[in-house]
Design a protein around this ligand. Structure first.
Ligand code: BDR
Ligand code: CA
Length: 312
C-alpha cells in the first residue's frame, strides 16, 4: 500500500474520508494532521483522535497544526453544517491515544523526508498546514508524490460565498501559496463533489453492516438534516470522501492540467479559484483540476468500502 497522510478538520465529511482511507487496502494511513476549519483546532484534533479510535486505529499518529489562517482570521467556521462539535452532535468515545507532541508541519516533514516510498498527501480542510510546510520545509514538500486537495471550484461558483468554496475561503493566502507551488497537485473542487450525492439508501447500507457503520450514519444525520432544511435535498455531498477516493485510486476523476490562481483581494471574489479553462497548461505550477466524475461509481465505492469496514 502507498503511504498516505490526511490533513483535515473533522468535520462530518472529513470523518467519512478518514474511515474510507482506513477501509482501503491500496493505502497505508501513516499520519493525520489537523487544522482549524469546520470547528476549532482543539476540536478537530480531538475529533480526529476519536474517529481513528472508532475504527480501532488509535495507532495512527495525530499531530495538531495551525490554529488559524496565515494572514487574516478565518472568517467563519461551519458549526451550522457539521454541528457545534463538528461530528453532527455524536459523542464518540475518547481515544486512549494522546496527540503527537510534534507540530503538524514537523511531523509531516519528518515523515516525508524519512519515507522511501512516494507519499500521497490529502488536504481536506483549509490548506494552512500545507502552505506552512512549503514555507518552512520546502525540501520535504518537494517529496510529496501527489497532493490531493479538496477545495475550490472551476465552473460552479462557491458554496460559502458566490465565488468561494469553504476550504479556500478559510485561508485564501495559504491556497494561493499551495496552488502556486510545483508539487504535483490534483484539485478536487465543487465541480465534481456537488454532483456526487450520497443518498439515504447508501447510508442505510453501511449503517446496517456493523457498529462502525452505524456510528458513521449517526454522524451523517446532521449533514442530511442540514441538506434537507437548507437545500431541500435528500442526500448529502461528502466532498472530502471524494477527494480521498482520488487519493486512494488515482484516476478516479477526469482531470485537466490548468493554470489556477486564487483571488486574495478583499473584494467580493476573495477566495475564488480562478481556473483558466481556455487551454491545457504545461506550466510547472499547473494543477490537475478534476472536471469529470462518475458519481454513481464514486458513491458505490464509498458505500461498499464503509460497509466492508463496518463488518471487520
Ligand atoms: C469543504 O468544506 C468543509 O465544510 C468540508 O469538510 C469540506 O472539506 C467543502 O466545501
Ligand atoms: Ca473538510
Amino acid at each position: 500500500p502507498r503511504p498516505l497522510v490526511i490533513d483535515t478538520d473533522p468535520g462530518i465529511d472529513d470523518a467519512l474520508a478518514i474511515l474510507l482511507a482506513l477501509a482501503s487496502p491500496e493505502v497505508d494511513l501513516r499520519l493525520v494532521t489537523t487544522t482549524h476549519g469546520n470547528v476549532s483546532l482543539a476540536q478537530t484534533t480531538e475529533n480526529a483522535l476519536r474517529v481513528l479510535h472508532l475504527a480501532g486505529r488509535s495507532d495512527v499518529p495525530v499531530a495538531a497544526g495551525a490554529t488559524d489562517s496565515l494572514v487574516f482570521p478565518q472568517p467563519e467556521r461551519a458549526g451550522h453544517v457539521h454541528g457545534a462539535t463538528g461530528l453532527g452532535g455524536v459523542d464518540l468515545p475518547p481515544s486512549p491515544a494522546a496527540v503527537d507532541p510534534r507540530p503538524a508541519v514537523v511531523a509531516l516533514a519528518e515523515l516525508l523526508l524519512a519515507s522511501e516510498e512516494p507519499v500521497t498527501v490529502a488536504a481536506i480542510g483549509p490548506w494552512t498546514n500545507v502552505a506552512l510546510l512549503l514555507a518552512t520545509y520546502p525540501e520535504a514538500a518537494e517529496r510529496i508524490d501527489r497532493l490531493v486537495l479538496m477545495g475550490g471550484s472551476a465552473a460552479r461558483g462557491g458554496n460559502v460565498t458566490a465565488a468561494a468554496e469553504f476550504n479556500v475561503w478559510s485561508d485564501p493566502e495559504a491556497a494561493a501559496r499551495v496552488l502556486g507551488s510545483t508539487v504535483p497537485t490534483v484539485l478536487v473542487g465543487l465541480d465534481v463533489t456537488l454532483p456526487t450525492v450520497l443518498d439515504e439508501d447508501g447510508v442505510a447500507r453501511f449503517a446496517s453492516a456493523g457498529p462502525v457503520g452505524k456510528t458513521a450514519a449517526a454522524i451523517l444525520q446532521q449533514y442530511l438534516d442540514h441538506a434537507r432544511t437548507s437545500y431541500g435535498t435528500t442526500g448529502v455531498v461528502v466532498h472530502d470522501a471524494l477527494a480521498l477516493t482520488e487519493a486512494i485510486v488515482p484516476g478516479t476523476l477526469g482531470t485537466v492540467r490548468r493554470d489556477v490562481v486564487v483571488d486574495t483581494t478583499l473584494g467580493p471574489a476573495r477566495g475564488q479559484t480562478l481556473v483558466d479553462r481556455r487551454t491545457v497548461s504545461d506550466s510547472p505550477t499547473a494543477v490537475d483540476v478534476a472536471e469529470t466524475v462518475d458519481s454513481p461509481a464514486a458513491v458505490e465505492f464509498l458505500v461498499s468500502r464503509l460497509a466492508d469496514l463496518a463488518t471487520r
